[in-house]
Ligand binder design. Structure first.
Ligand code: IMP
Length: 432
């Protein structure tokens, strides 16, 4: 029953897309369990760049089945644009290769309108959401007024549910957010137009995955965002509106905890975050700018520049513990080439105390200072390395030190954007 979860150990954008794409070769099925098109996974295969937002990153491998689990929120217009683009590339040759949960919730135009209007009204205090309607869709799921795929396929049910929900949404948009009401007939017609295309993909993906695992098929469960954006364990309220941690792979796909055989964490060799919120090791100087430029740290979804800083071992230890990470895949090590010294944050200082765990309190997060240790850098390019021994001694020492301070062994090290620019140390599917 090999089901391996891949999850981000920082604030997202760790390079999960590339790692999932590589691991997908060893899997039969690749499933997403939460988030929506707030995610952006950039893949470079044979020099060609593909950005995916909803379809799991395994889609570039011929014959693999991709699953969008019940925990994902789906914007149908975005999904179809992505499928069209993939088909132009010769991927997803038939509908059976993409299965969509009948229990997933749909993102509606009023979710996007509410997300964007709230951010505008928050001004300086904004969360910095992607504006894709993710938060309001999860709110409706919890409020039990969301529209699920299975019910969307039933025209009478859908029209009635949409009418009653839109009365409430339009009142809220007008009175609270000072926005214009949205047109019920227009949205009904637009979404009716999506139905025939969505229907062939829709299935009970929980049953499908369960049967596949009983049949010893290998499943890769792909998380969106990262651990520090988890609604419970992240830097609340500057988080996304779903649980991003490995535990959510069960609730977000319908498989049971004992069916998960391993968790691999993706971690960047430094730290980045998009949007607002605490970021203890942020570099607001020329070094931060250099990391941003050298690492091409611009959001795959919104194009926003990512904030950059040193590797934060407190953050990654938090992620290793919460997710039960068996090992880490380190990405973008090559971006650190030329920096000397390189710093690693190993703890925080707050009010005369040394903190070794990531704090919950916003006030503590605002007031703490990172404690750093320094390691010597290297100047050699890394992208030709295919084993740890091929790396310059100082780069090897950096990787080994990261293993020590995070408490997790390295399973992969990525030294460039391409599929082949990777050092594979252990395969998470081995032994299962
Ligand atoms: P939302 O998910 O659009 O509600 O945005 C909430 C926060 O999560 C914002 O800070 C976003 O920038 C961040 N976020 C959402 N998705 C991603 C992602 O895939 N990578 C990095 N940050 C993300």
């Amino acid at each position: 029953m090999p089901a391996v979860v891949v999850v981000g150990a920082q604030w997202g954008d760790e390079g999960k897309g590339k790692i999932v794409d590589i691991l997908a070769e060893h899997a039969d099925i690749i499933a997403r369990y939460q988030g929506g098109n707030n995610a952006g996974h950039t893949l470079v295969v044979d020099g060609r760049k593909t950005v995916l937002h909803l379809v799991p990153s395994g889609v570039l491998h011929a014959g693999k089945v991709c699953v969008i689990g019940n925990g994902v929120v789906i914007d149908p217009g975005v999904l179809f644009t992505e499928i069209d683009e993939l088909r132009r590339r010769g991927c997803l040759p038939h509908d059976g290769l993409l299965k969509i949960s009948d229990r997933a919730h749909l993102i509606m135009p009023y979710h996007r309108a509410i997300d964007q209007a709230r951010e505008r009204l928050r001004g300086e205090g904004r969360i910095g959401t992607t504006g894709r309607g993710i938060g309001p869709t999860y709110e409706d799921k919890m409020a039990r007024i969301g529209i699920r795929v299975a019910d969307f396929l039933d025209d009478e049910f859908f029209a009635a549910a949409l009418r009653s929900t839109m009365e409430e949404k339009n009142a809220y948009l007008r009175a609270m957010l000072k926005e214009q009401a949205l047109d019920f007939d227009g949205i009904l017609a637009e979404y009716r137009g999506f139905r025939a295309r969505l229907a062939p993909h829709v299935t009970d993906t929980g049953v499908y995955l369960h049967d596949a695992l009983r049949g010893s098929r290998r499943v890769l469960l792909e998380g969106g965002q990262g651990t520090l954006l988890d609604v419970d364990h992240g830097t609340y309220p500057y988080v996304t509106s779903s649980n991003t941690v490995a535990g959510a792979a069960c609730t977000g796909t319908g498989i049971a905890p004992q069916q998960i055989s391993g968790v691999i964490g993706i971690v960047k060799a430094y730290t980045t975050r998009v949007g607002s919120g605490p970021f203890p090791t942020e570099l607001n100087d020329a070094l931060g700018k250099k990391l941003q430029q050298d690492g091409d740290e611009f959001g795959a979804t919104t194009g926003r520049p990512r904030r950059c800083g040193w590797f934060d071992a407190v953050v990654v230890r938090h992620a290793v513990r919460l997710n039960g990470m068996r090992g880490l895949a380190l990405t973008k090590l090559d971006v650190l080439t030329g920096l000397d010294p390189i710093r690693i944050c190993t703890a925080y200082d707050f009010d005369g105390h040394r903190l070794h765990e990531f704090p919950a309190s916003s006030a503590v997060l605002r007031g703490l200072r990172p404690v750093y240790e320094e390691l010597p850098g290297w100047r050699e390019p890394l992208n030709r390395a295919r084993s740890l021994d091929d790396l310059p001694a100082n780069a090897q020492a950096y990787v080994r030190r990261l293993e020590e301070v995070t408490g997790a062994p390295m399973m992969m090290v990525s030294v460039g954007a391409g599929r082949t620019e990777t050092i594979l140390l252990a395969n998470p599917f081995d032994g299962h």
